[in-house]
Ligand binder design. Structure first.
Ligand code: MN3
Length: 208
């Protein structure tokens, strides 16, 4: 996988139907092959005429949005964010979910929320409460403490002290085919496919 321009669509780490019945094959095709691909294409289009940016990684671009040429800041924010978010989202799911956090992350979740059940409830509230399109996230700080945040559109909670671990896409394109307007049901089902081993890995090896 190239980590700089031209960016490529990251293949799914499992089959399109692997997450059924929780997330259906049709949604995965639409979401990955069409929506995610469009973010990749539009990010590349935005960067096409800026060769000085062609050696930057996606993280470097997103962490330095304000330093980019003004005319492409919005396109990189939306489409670069779209690529980052969907890479993490699709990689963060698995048909072989442990259904429960593991290792150090499990301890950090207990420390912050008292119990996994309480974490789930709080996370669900954040994902339901995101008005319109966006994401709910589990992030950690430099002390290893975790918290839940939500972002609008394709914004990424990136700064020097926040490490994104896990996120759910609550854009309607992520669930409308199967769940229509029932976002709560989609969120409940997503909990069955979380890759907690991957989340534990990212918690121990922060991206930021
Ligand atoms: Mn999406």
């Amino acid at each position: 996988m190239k980590t700089t321009y031209p960016f490529e669509l990251k293949p799914l780490p499992y089959a399109y139907d692997a997450l059924e019945p929780f997330i259906d094959k049709e949604t995965m095709h639409l979401h990955h092959d069409k929506h995610h691909q469009a973010y990749v294409n539009n990010l590349n289009k935005a960067l096409e005429n800026y060769p000085e940016l062609h050696n930057k990684t996606l993280l470097e671009l997103l962490q330095n949005l304000k330093k980019l040429p003004e005319e492409i800041q919005t396109a990189v924010r939306n489409n670069g964010g779209g690529v980052f978010n969907h890479n993490l989202f699709f990689d963060g799911m698995t048909p072989d979910s442990s259904k429960m956090p593991v290792g150090n992350l499990a301890k950090a979740i207990d420390r912050a929320f008292g119990s996994f059940e309480n974490f789930k409830e709080t996370f669900k509230k954040a994902a339901l409460g995101r008005f319109g399109s966006g994401w709910a996230w589990l992030v950690s700080d430099e002390n290893g403490d975790v918290k839940i945040v939500s972002t609008a559109n394709q914004d990424v909670p990136l700064n020097l002290t926040v490490n994104p671990i896990l996120e759910i896409d609550v854009w309607e394109h992520a669930y409308y085919l199967k769940y229509q307007n029932r976002r709560a049901e989609y969120i409940d089902n997503w909990f069955n496919v979380i890759d907690w081993n991957k989340a534990e890995y990212i918690y121990n090896n922060p991206l930021i």
